[in-house]
Design a protein around this ligand. Structure first.
Ligand code: ISJ
Length: 121
């Protein structure tokens, strides 16, 4: 009897007569399509979350410009990186990757803040 989860490929081969680990071409195509659907949904969520984050940071940029505060705040960044690294570890995500990603996003935010401070936006 195939006791695997219905969403998982048949790894026993008992139902199909294949060797363990094998799936039919149709199974692979369906499984790939299912996983890619999930990836597409996650990518859409990431884009929407980033858009919301940038809406907030744009407001911070205008607030800073109005009050002559510097675009970057390295001590805040250090706290965020420490926090994100911990979150990544808990989630079994590479903390170095999480740090690189946050630094990449923050660099773009600082660029926006510099533009706002220069009165160009
Ligand atoms: C958004 C800010 O400005 C900059 C951008 C940050 C970010 O994108 O998280 C954090 C610190 C600042 O260097 C802030 O000061 O909160």
């Amino acid at each position: 009897m195939n006791t695997s989860h219905p969403d998982e490929p048949d790894v026993t081969g008992q139902a199909t007569g294949e060797t363990p680990g094998q799936t039919t071409g149709e199974d692979v195509t369906a499984e790939l399509a299912r996983l890619r659907d999930s990836i597409d949904n996650i990518d859409a969520a990431v884009v929407h979350m980033l858009a919301e984050r940038f809406k907030c940071t744009q407001q911070v940029g205008h607030l800073k410009a109005r009050h002559q505060l510097p675009p970057a705040d390295p001590s805040r960044e250090a706290r965020q990186i420490a926090r994100l690294r911990q979150l990544a570890e808990n989630a079994k995500l590479d903390p170095a990757f999480a740090e690189k990603l946050l630094n990449f996003i923050i660099a773009e935010v600082i660029r926006h803040h510099e533009t706002i401070a220069a009165g160009e936006e």
